[in-house]
Design a protein around this ligand. Structure first.
Ligand code: BES
Ligand code: MN
Ligand code: ZN
Length: 498
């Protein structure tokens, strides 16, 4: 979809050539003399329209308005969140109407947050999955004009919003692909394609290379599958060699049956989304190609299936991780932490500024936070604060959960350095405590996106989260000179207490 930012007032919107004009109406709406303003004023006065987000009024062939269809949409106080809700409602009304060109008139006085919400909200609501349909239907909307009082003021925010929309869509598309399409091999190919198209460095390793490195934990998870594993290393270089990179690590389980500790059948298909972390790293890189920030970013993706045959790993097996720590497998369904731990150790070789892993890690996180906020864990308060702020700004929020050492008690075992599961209590924290053992060399954050990476039910679809959060974080880090690295020493001291 093409977005265009344009200087428009209500009078300009009235003569804008498009199939449907969406007018966002805020609480402080002040009418002018043009046809659009008069329409809004009359509707408000008659009580047929309210400025509340979600409220809509549609008009057809209105005198003085070029667009045949006009949708008036309440947008509350005009904040990003309210504009997003208004856009979702309006997009719902336009869906399958055949409209190809849309114009959105943002309220006078709109900020960058409203511009972002309009672009990302419209991209999100008009996304239609077609990759494995025999008839590619539903992607009618081609062009969206976003009208603001002064286009020049919002140009930078508009560019970032478009980049985010592209990255989010890329992640969604990969996330939605069926598991017989989105195999570890396919993820590797997608990374290579991205690298070729946008000039990233990319290395895709297979079973032999990964064995040679010594990723014994990751390799064990892949043993029961006919699909060969892949370990993807993507590098974006926007700053000098001496600038320590931000490393993003994404869980790439392309299907999670649970392995020998097999999952129940109900909704097991949704475990194709278990590569949502990997998809979010690839989506973030897709957007980096547009944003071109002055920093270095490394993407690491351990990818395999967690399934079972005679060669599959089993409860009781003891694995030797890349870090040298031995791990007793007590549940083969706690596989995400087993592939991530080796990637987190591998991350050390980049001497990172910070490492952030993103994973659909625990059902317990879904119980704790539902589908609204991702779970955030961090060994560094400054990094945690930056990620929380980025999530709020991007309308892709997260919530910090604790890392007290007492949560790791249940991981003790007589047969290895650590077990891969403890009891059910505090499961999201226990998983994070397991990962923390492998992150002592750098400031670290972990995003558990088990509840936010996709939606189930009738609206079943990947969400592309947390690409918005990650891009906002990256952007807020700024150029190398002005960047403040979280104090590595401080966080090392804290991590040593594990
Ligand atoms: N991929 C799942 C986590 C998950 C479950 C995400 C449901 C979204 C919805 C993960 O690999 C897993 O199976 N975790 C187990 C861990 C348990 C065995 C300690 C879980 O959460 O049940
Ligand atoms: Mn699992
Ligand atoms: Zn999993």
């Amino acid at each position: 979809m093409d977005f265009e930012l344009k200087t428009l007032d209500a009078a300009g919107a009235a003569t804008e050539k498009c199939d449907v004009l969406v007018v966002l109406v805020t609480e402080g709406f002040r009418p002018g003399k043009d046809a659009v303003s008069q329409l809004v004023a009359a509707a408000l006065a008659a009580g047929h329209l309210e400025a509340k987000p979600g409220k809509l009024l549609q008009a057809y062939r209105t005198e003085g308005v070029t667009a045949p269809r006009v949708i008036l949409a309440g947008a509350g106080d005009g904040s990003g969140k309210k504009v997003q809700a208004a856009i979702h409602a309006a997009a719902g009304a336009v869906r399958s109407s055949g409209a190809k060109r849309m114009a959105i008139l943002l309220p006078a006085g709109s900020g960058d947050d409203a511009v972002r919400a309009a672009v990302c909200g419209m991209a999100e609501s008009s996304y239609v999955y077609i990759a494995t349909k025999s008839k590619p239907e539903g992607r009618e909307l081609k062009r969206v004009v976003v009208g603001v009082a002064q286009a020049g003021v919002h140009k930078a925010a508009f560019g970032r919003a478009k980049a985010a929309a592209v990255g989010i869509e890329f992640a969604r598309e990969l996330g939605n692909l069926p598991p017989n399409y989105a195999t570890p091999t396919r993820l590797g190919e997608e990374a290579q394609k991205l690298a070729k198209a946008h000039g990233f460095r990319c290395e895709v390793m297979g079973p032999k290379e990964v064995a040679k490195i010594g990723m014994g934990s990751f390799m064990s998870v892949a043993k029961g599958s006919a699909e060969p594993l892949r370990f993807i290393v993507l590098r974006y270089e926007g700053a000098g060699k001496s600038d320590a990179p931000t490393v993003l690590v994404g869980k790439g389980i392309t299907f999670d049956t649970g392995g020998v500790s097999i999952k129940p059948s109900a909704e097991m298909d949704e475990m194709k989304f278990d590569m949502g972390g990997a998809a979010s790293v690839l989506g973030t890189f897709r957007a980096l190609a547009e944003l071109k920030p002055k920093m270095n970013i490394v993407g690491l993706i351990p990818s395999c299936e967690n399934t079972l045959d005679g060669a599959a790993y089993k409860p009781g097996d003891v694995l030797t991780s890349l870090s040298g720590q031995t791990i007793e497998v007590l549940n083969t369904d706690a596989e995400g932490r087993l592939i991530l731990c080796d990637a987190l150790t591998y991350a050390e070789r980049f001497k990172p500024r910070v490492v952030i892993d993103i994973a659909t890690l625990t059902g317990a996180c879904v119980v704790a936070l539902g589908g609204v906020r991702s779970g955030l864990f961090a060994t560094d308060d400054e990094l945690a604060g930056q990620l929380i702020a980025a999530g709020e700004a991007a309308l892709d929020p997260c919530w910090r959960l604790p890392l007290d050492d007492e949560y790791a008690e249940g991981l003790k075992t007589n047969f290895a350095d650590v077990a891969n599961v403890a009891g059910r209590a505090g499961g999201a924290v226990v998983a994070a405590k397991f990962l923390q053992r492998f992150t002592q060399a750098y400031p670290w954050a972990h995003l558990d996106i088990a509840g936010t990476a996709w939606k189930g039910g009738a609206a079943k679809s990947s969400t592309g989260r947390p690409v918005g959060l990650l891009l906002e974080y990256i952007w807020a880090q700024g150029a190398p000179a002005e960047r403040k690295a979280p104090a590595a020493g401080k966080s090392r001291a804290r991590a040593a207490a594990v």
